[in-house]
Every structure is written in structure tokens, then in C-alpha cells.
Design a binder for this molecule. Structure first.
Ligand SMILES: Nc1ncnc2c1ncn2[C@@H]1O[C@H](COP(=O)(O)OP(=O)(O)OP(=O)(O)O)[C@@H](O)[C@H]1O
Ligand SMILES: [Mg+2]
Length: 347
């Protein structure tokens, strides 16, 4: 019985990915596995009975190292250098005590810390990135206020400059400001997702407002806009500000994809059987290739020179937080359609 336990324990010592030595109160090694014996350049049967401290000294561990303080009751965990200098590893010593607390011996454990080191580095990197993200979010938040002031004054200037050549410059500046604002809003949404603050919203009214907002953009690109709405759609429970951002991102993508003179179709439908409302934006652009389709919701994935790749990622976050779904599919003839469903509490 004892023999079989001994042999099982020996096999266990061999099986674990550690170097282990057990020694008595005098410091003589009682048992050791081949992994640790190998560190001392000895075979298991040659190392038994040897003085652990002597072996450590021979390996170049200085005599004042805390590894030598176990007999005073001080256990140690730390770098195994110079015991093993060829890979990052840790060593620890542990006391074996009798029933009355008397020291009966000790255990020395050596382990490869490569995985642990990689993990520590990954945690440090993640912490650094989180701090950078927070700083960027604070900075961008502060940038938004002066931007609103600039936009307000540019709009006033626009009125003054009606019918002059400079009007065109103001329009370019306003467009650039809108782009920056959109980028900031998406970034802040990414940094602080936040739970939606819902209230009953008239989806049709919201879409109509959005279309009016982008009227100048449609005219500038000579894009025709068709829209179709249900005769009656009960209020939908939405965070208006967040959902506005979803619609802006999708409409902007459609406008960017659609060539001048072509059209975009916005549809709002009521799916009574599913208790949901569906909004779809159908464009007549080039459509999306299979490979891109699998990645369009990935953060920072973009094929556009001036894109950030945050638009659709943010849309999906917001829609999912509302308990809805968003998907993109190519149209049979031309372009693609982005569809969103949102649960309608009042249908
Ligand atoms: N209507 C569309 N037609 C064709 N491709 C599209 C359309 N909408 C999105 N895409 C593709 O999906 C990618 C990701 O879109 P997303 O809105 O997330 O980022 P973006 O438009 O590139 O940049 P951002 O929205 O941050 O300015 C786009 O770069 C483009 O390749
Ligand atoms: Mg986009």
C-alpha cells in the first residue's frame, strides 16, 4: 500500500510542470523530481541526501539570498535568477511544520513564469490602454464645446455671406466640423457605452427630421431620397440621442456609397407579429464584398480613406443595448441595405 502511494506520489512529482525538492530539517534532500535535479545538472538518485543550501551556493546564489532564510521561518517567492537565467522563472520555498509547529523540513518549488510574465505584460498593456482611452475621451469631450461655438458662428457667417463666393468655403468648413463631431460622438460612445435612457419616441418623426437635416447634403450630391412610412406606428421606446447617432451613421454610409444622381430609399415598417419596428436604409452604391461583410461591425474596420471604422460598431452596440438587431445585406440588383429592428413595446 505504502509502496504504491510512494510510487504514485513520485509519478505526480514527475507529472507536474514544476521543479520540486523536499528536504528535511537538516536541509538534506529527501525527494526531488527530475526537472529540478536537471537544474543542478544531476540525476535524481545522485541528488538525494545532498544539502540543498550547498547546491544553491554552487549554482551561484549569494549566501545572503532570502532562499537561505527558510530555517529562520521566512518563506520566499521571487525570481529564480541566477538559478535559471535562460528563461523567466520563479522559485519559492515553503516550510513543512509538525503538529506542534516545529520545523520538520521544507519544499523548494521552481516554475517557468513565461506564461505569467506574458499575462502580467498583457494586464499592464490593457491598463495603459484604458488610461489612454479615458484621457482621450476627456480631451475629446472638452473639444466638443469650442466646436459647437465655431459651428454656431459659422452658421451666422453663412447668412451674412449668402450669394457671395466665400459661402462655399463656409460650407466646406461646416461639413468638416460635422465630420469631426461625428467622430467624437462615436469615440465617446465607444469609450463609455452607457445604458440607454429610453422614452417613447415617434420613429417616423425622427426619421423625417433626419432626412430634413441631411437635405442639403442630398442636394449637394444630387442624391434622390425616397422614403416610405407606415400609416400608423405606435411609439417605440428608445434613447433618442443614441438612436439618432445610429441613424446618422447609417445614412452617412449610404450617402458616401451612393454615386451622384442615384438614390437612397429609407423605409420604416411595423412588424406587428414580432412586436417590432424595422428601419431600413437601401442605397444604390457598389454593395459590399463577402470578405468585407464579415468584418463591417469590427471596431476600426474601414475601407474608406477618411473613415474611422467606428460607425457600424457603435450602431450595433446601441441597437443591441435596445434589445434590437442590425444586419447588412447586398441588394439583388445594386447597392446594399442596412436594416434595424427595435422592439415596439406599444404595438
Ligand atoms: N452602405 C455601404 N456601402 C458599401 N460599404 C459600406 C456601406 N456601409 C458600410 N460599408 C463598409 O463598412 C465599413 C465600415 O463602416 P463604418 O461605418 O463602421 O466605418 P466607416 O464608414 O469606414 O468610418 P466612419 O463611419 O467611422 O466614418 C466601411 O469602411 C465600408 O467598407
Ligand atoms: Mg461610417
Amino acid at each position: 500500500m505504502n509502496n504504491s502511494i510512494d510510487s504514485l506520489l513520485y509519478q505526480a512529482l514527475e507529472a507536474v510542470p514544476l521543479g520540486i525538492a523536499v528536504f528535511n530539517a537538516a536541509g538534506n534532500i529527501v525527494t526531488v523530481n527530475s526537472s529540478l535535479a536537471g537544474v543542478f545538472g544531476l540525476a535524481v538518485h545522485d541528488i538525494r541526501g545532498k544539502d540543498i543550501e550547498k547546491l544553491l551556493l554552487e549554482k551561484g546564489i549569494p549566501s545572503n539570498h532570502p532562499l537561505f532564510q527558510l530555517h529562520t521561518g521566512k518563506e520566499y517567492t521571487g525570481s529564480a535568477d541566477p538559478l535559471t537565467s535562460y528563461y523567466p522563472s520563479y522559485v519559492s520555498t515553503h516550510l513543512i511544520k509538525g503538529n506542534c509547529g516545529e520545523i520538520q523540513g521544507g519544499v523548494l518549488v521552481l516554475w517557468d513564469a513565461k506564461g505569467r510574465q506574458e499575462l502580467e505584460q498583457a494586464v499592464l498593456k490593457a491598463e495603459r490602454l484604458a488610461i489612454m482611452g479615458q484621457l482621450a475621451a476627456i480631451a475629446l469631450h472638452e473639444v466638443r464645446n469650442p466646436l459647437s461655438a465655431i459651428k454656431g458662428f459659422l452658421q451666422l457667417l453663412k447668412r451674412e455671406l449668402m450669394k457671395t463666393r466665400q459661402l462655399e468655403y463656409v460650407d466646406v468648413m461646416l461639413e468638416a466640423l460635422d465630420r469631426i463631431n461625428n467622430l467624437i460622438t462615436n469615440y465617446l460612445r465607444l469609450a463609455k457605452p452607457g445604458t440607454p435612457e429610453r422614452q417613447p419616441c415617434d420613429l417616423v418623426e425622427m426619421v423625417t427630421e433626419l432626412v430634413a437635416f441631411y437635405q442639403a447634403e442630398f442636394q449637394r450630391k444630387a442624391i434622390r431620397l425616397n422614403s416610405s412610412y407606415p400609416s400608423h406606428l405606435p411609439a417605440v421606446s428608445l434613447d433618442r440621442e443614441q438612436f439618432w447617432q445610429v441613424l446618422v451613421n447609417i445614412l452617412k454610409n449610404a450617402v458616401e456609397a451612393t454615386p451622384p444622381g442615384k438614390e437612397i430609399h429609407i423605409r420604416v415598417e411595423s412588424l406587428k407579429e414580432k412586436g417590432a419596428a424595422v428601419i431600413s436604409v437601401q442605397d444604390t452604391g457598389p454593395g459590399i464584398c463577402e470578405e468585407t461583410l464579415t468584418r463591417i461591425f469590427d471596431p476600426f474596420f474601414t475601407t474608406r480613406e477618411k473613415g474611422t471604422g467606428l460607425g457600424l460598431y457603435v450602431c450595433r452596440e446601441i441597437v443591441n443595448n435596445h434589445g434590437g438587431e442590425i444586419w447588412v445585406s447586398n441588394n439583388p440588383d445594386q447597392g446594399c441595405t442596412v436594416s434595424i429592428t427595435v422592439p415596439c413595446c406599444f404595438l
